[in-house]
Design a protein around this ligand. Sequence first.
Ligand SMILES: *Cc1c(COP(=O)(O)O)cnc(C)c1O
Length: 391
Amino acid sequence: MNSLIAEHLIEAIKDIVSPPCPLHEPLFIGNESKYVHECISSGWVSTVGSFVDRFEEMLCEFTGSDFAVATVNGTSALHVALLLAGVSEDCEVFMPSLSFVATANAVAYCGAIPHFIDIERTNLGLDPSVLSAHLEQNFARTGSHWINKATGRRAGAIVPVHAFGHPCDIEAICEVGKTFGIPIVEDAAESLGSYYKDRHTGTFGESGILSFNGNKVVTCGAGGAILTQDEELQKRAKHLTTTAKQPHPWEYFHDQIGFNYRMPNLNAALGCAQLESLPEFLERKRTLFQKYKATLTKLEDIQLVEEPEHCRSNYWLQTIILKSEEASNSRDSVLHQLNQQGILARPAWIPLNQLPMYSSCPSTTLDVTNAIVPRLINLPSGPKLMQEEYA
Ligand SMILES: *Cc1c(COP(=O)(O)O)cnc(C)c1O
C-alpha cells in the first residue's frame, strides 16, 4: 500500500514541479548583488554600517514591530531574548518538542531546562489548554513565581513556535502567560510573513525572534533578529549583542559579559534586498500551496496542512500528514521513493525530547506530537519552484 501512496504522490507532485526540487532553495532576483557590492565599496562590511540599520527599519515596517535588533543568527537572538526575559539556571522553559534543536539549545545556553508541552493537531503549535492544566496541577505559587513541585525549579518563560510558518494559538498562549505571570518569547524563526488575526507573528510576546538562515523564507546567508515592543528591552538587547560596550569615541569599556552577536553589514545588505522580494516570495509560496492542494486533495491517504483559522501562513514548508495510523510505518519508504525521484522531501525534526541531551527533561504526555510526527512529510517549498509562473 505504501508504494501506492508514493506513486500517487510522485505523479501529483510532478504535475506541479519538475525534479530535482530541493526542500527550500534561496532565490535572488532583486538588488542582492547591487547592495552587497555597495556594502563592499563602502568599506563597512562588519558590525557597523547603514545596511544593518536599514534592515532593522525594514523589519519593523514589514512586521509592524516597534523595534528590531539584528543578530548573527536566530539561535543567538533567542539566547539573548531568553536572558532578557530573566531566564537563568533555576528555570524551566516551556516549549513544544516539535521544533528545530535551536529552540532547546538556546534555553540550555542560559543554563535552564526545556520543559516539553504537547501540540495541537490543527496548527502543530504548543497547546495552551495543555500548558494551563499542567501548570495548575504541577506548579505551586511562591511569591511572584510558579515552582515545579517535582523539581523545585521556577517557570521561567514560554517559547511558542510557529511550526513550518503556521501561527500557533498565540493569543490563548499569551493569556496563560498573563494568568501565571510567565513571560512569552515567541520563536517566529519560521514565520516571517505569517499573521494571527492580522497581527504579525513574533510581535505578541515580550519579545520574538526571526531567522534568516539559508533555508528560511528570506536569507542573509546567516542572520536573526529580536522583535520587541518595549524600548528598554530593545536597548538592552542591542547592548548585550554588541559585547556590552558603552558608547564612547575611543574607550573600550564593557560593563558586563556581553556577546559578539551583532549582524554584520554584509549580511544585512543581502537581507535588505531579500526583504524587498518578500511579498513576491509569499505570493509564490501561496500559489504553490494552492497547486499542491488542488492535486493532493484527490489522494485519500494524505492530508495537506492548511493555515489555521483567523491566520495567514507564509507556507514556509508545505506539510503533508499520512492519514492512516499504519502509515507511520511507511513514511520512510515514501520519503525514500520521493527522494529517488529527485523530490527532496524531508521528515519533521526528531522531537527534541528524543535527542540524547534532552531525553530526561520534564514534559507533559506528548500524545499528539507522537501521533503526528512519524506521519509528517515536508514537500519541496521554495519560491524558486514557481519561477515559470512568475517569469
Ligand atoms: C531556524 C530556526 C531557528 C534558529 O535559527 P538559526 O538562524 O539557524 O540560528 C530557531 N528556531 C526554529 C524553530 C528554527 O526553525
